[in-house]
Design a protein around this ligand. Structure first.
Ligand SMILES: *Cc1c(COP(=O)(O)O)cnc(C)c1O
Length: 368
């Protein structure tokens, strides 16, 4: 019988903790604690402690976390916001929905925004940079913060894929006006549906996001501004708070798997691997393991035949290639990357045998 290594494994992850999770859900439901309750307060406190930031605010999902962050940071209609082309459509859509315009730039060798091209993209209308902390890695935030300071720009970090990732010891999401996370089920810390958070060290931004997520109501329940409904469910917060306790071990396991891929695949000339776990200023948490592969489509087919699930991220198109009005945008490097990139299985339900099986099948493909 052939070995099956699915790209992600929701039911295995649930089964590992089924008893505890069902008890926790039963407890929340028994208390009738659904909206803006204590489990959410606890989760926000524990998340801000884990990331060493002043404020963490639970919101409905990662996309709305971005929208609320942009609003709260004062990004206005007509503004330009610089964002890498190699990202999820949600990064750009959030900019669009506050009335601003995404300006796409290239990514560098590590697939993060290429900081050396940011300055050339700045116009008199530019008000912010949105670095995307992709695949569990944090961009070179020292360089990006310097550019932002020099030109008086805000930074909103899309760190949906980078909970717990660091640059020079500082958490992804904590460098600028605000940073955002997604708790989509397949993200590093996933809940049982949609969920997200905004983090910030800025008291004013925090206050604004709290108003925005709950109909403009303050702590006394009085409406003091326009807002919307964008709350993180208390039940999801309880699940997330439970999972957060074991999250450091999850990160360790992801980094171990990345090291196994690194050791097993680095001799293959036709592959470019992501940075290894122990590299310098970056602490990577490997939301994804995104390789570049020669004969990528053939490799993906061969792995599929062998029971191994892989994904070409974002449907195989950078954002400017969707029919959304960016016909004149050309990002040669990013477009080339999209012909070669591939995500290998990366999650905490993988066994060492699973990882070794993936490595063997890739080796076999390039030997044939
Ligand atoms: C997942 C993701 C989002 C959006 O998060 P949702 O919770 O699905 O709305 C935004 N940006 C990036 C880079 C993501 O990977």
């Amino acid at each position: 019988m052939s070995h099956e290594v699915p790209f992600f494994n929701y039911s295995a992850l649930f089964k590992e903790k089924e008893t505890e999770l069902m008890a926790l859900i039963h407890d929340v439901l028994s208390r009738g604690a659904y909206i803006l309750q204590q489990d959410l307060v606890d989760f926000e406190a524990n998340l801000s402690k884990f990331l060493d930031v002043k404020h963490a605010i639970g919101v409905a999902d990662g996309t709305n976390a971005l929208k609320l962050s942009l609003w709260a940071a004062g990004i206005n209609p007509g503004d330009h916001v610089i964002v890498p082309g190699h990202t999820y459509v949600a990064s750009a859509a959030s900019i669009h929905y506050v009335g601003a315009h995404p300006i796409f730039v290239e990514c560098g060798a590590d697939h993060m925004i290429d900081e050396s091209v940011i300055e050339a993209a700045i116009t008199p209308k530019t008000s912010a940079i949105m670095p995307v902390q992709l695949n569990g890695r944090t961009s070179n935030m020292e360089a990006i913060c310097q550019i932002a300071e020099k030109h008086g720009l805000k930074i909103i970090e899309d760190s949906a894929q980078a909970l717990g990732s660091k640059f020079k010891g500082q958490s992804a999401g904590s460098f600028g006006s605000a940073g955002t996370f997604s708790f989509y089920p397949a993200k590093l810390l996933g809940c049982f549906g949609d969920g997200g958070a905004v983090i910030t060290n800025d008291d004013e931004v925090a206050k604004k996001v709290r108003l925005l997520r709950d109909h403009g109501r303050n702590e006394e329940g009085d409406v003091v501004d326009w807002g919307t409904n964008c709350r993180l469910d208390n039940l999801q917060a309880a699940v997330l708070d439970f999972k957060l306790k074991e999250f450091p071990q999850d990160i360790e396991r992801r980094r171990q798997i990345a090291q196994m891929y690194q050791d097993g695949l680095s001799a293959i000339d036709q592959l470019v691997l992501p940075p290894a776990p122990d590299q310098g200023d970056h602490f990577d948490v490997y939301q994804n393991y995104e390789i570049e592969a020669g004969r990528r489509d053939e490799l993906q087919q061969k792995l599929r035949d062998k029971g191994i699930g892989t994904i070409v991220q974002f449907g195989g198109k950078p954002v400017h290639k969707y029919p959304l009005g960016f016909k004149n945008t050309i990002l040669t490097k990013t477009e080339e990357l999209y012909t070669r990139m591939l995500l290998l299985p990366m999650h905490t339900a993988l066994s060492d045998q699973d990882v070794n099986y993936v490595i063997e099948q890739i080796e076999g493909f390039y030997k044939s």
